[in-house]
Design a protein. Sequence first.
Length: 455
Amino acid sequence: MNTYMSALSDRYGSKSMRERFSRHQKYRVWRECWIALAKAQHQAGLNITLDQIQEMQANIDVFDWEQLDRLEASLKHDVMAHIHYFAQICPSAAPIIHLGATSAFVSDNGEMLQFIGALHELEEDIIEIRHHLMRFILATAHVPTLGYTHYQVAQPTTIGKRFAMYLQDMDLVLDHLRYTTSTLKALGLKGTTGTQASFLALVNHDEEVVRKIEADVMNILGLETIMIAGQTNTRMMDVKLAHVCEMIGAAAGKFAQDMRLMMHDGIVSEPFGQHQVGSSAMPYKRNPILSEKISGLSRKLILDCSNAALTTSTQWLERSLDDSSNRRLMMSEIFIVSSEITQSMIKITSGCVLNVQVNQRLLEEQLILLSIENILMACVKAGGDRQHWHEVLRTLSLHHRQSGSMSSFMDELMQTPGFKLTQEQMKEAMNPSHLIGLAQSQAINYVKESQMNYD
């Protein structure tokens, strides 16, 4: 193929999300807006017939893309090109198509239909991710694992507790997504500068009729209407939408980066296909390809989402057109990228594997160091001097850690004069279940909380 094609056209995003922002769907929703306007104007008593509306409805999916491309090349205006073409295939309705409206009527209201549909699809993905995470958390809530702060070994947690952090992040995304969906408002019928003057002229300056037409149009489309606007809807709606996608990028990016770190140590594994190839050079490799993809796309998504606020902040008075070229790229792409991220998270969370033996070995390698505080407390309980045994444990642990032989630490400690702990007491002090605090119950309780609040 001899022309550029974006990876978002065929590689990334769900098929349904790409279709939602396809050329066909974009212009189909424009026609839905024109039909809704004609219906509302007919109900208000304007000279629009049911036959005209039925003709428009019958041709809603008829497109000649070559003809449309020629019209747009000639007119240099995409909305006018589509008005002309729709009038050609709906000759009886031609006089009333787009009656009283501006381009923003179809572009802004049509986009909002697309955006709300996209949010619903992302919501379904996030719900599925959450359910996969819940099952994994409940299965691993009791499994101790090394904790890390500053990516240095720290107090143990459990696998389930760690994954409960990812569940909580996705719950926060879901909460904001649902709030955003419920508070979005579309442009409605506002006219060239937001005053509705053209619609007022159509109905002999009857304000109530204008309000009724707008209410009926938006009721047909299933959209809420914003009260105040210029020629276009406030681009603060874009900021609201972008923030949802930005949160997806942030939460998924954190999850993916942690997966990559855990896979480096062999603690967990992504699902790996029977014929999947990890490396063209090293046949044995199992790279974290899904997590790496999420990491890369989440960075792009977070950066792209910042564009919404920048564009909003630079709009002039009742309208400027510099948002158009920017939004054509940005608004659809943030949803398609978000879709690819959530779809990839579904694949990981539904097939994530805990490598029990590797996790256990890594924990045991650090268990002596992690248990030193418990050993100190046991020495004191056995009648020892806290300061004395603190110094003994500090000196021995530093020496053996530097030499890389913590196993001999135990032997030397047991032979230290005055050391009274038995082998059984040492095993008790080093029991991983005594090092994880409330991690298990925290994980289980959060799953219950999540189910109650978000399912």
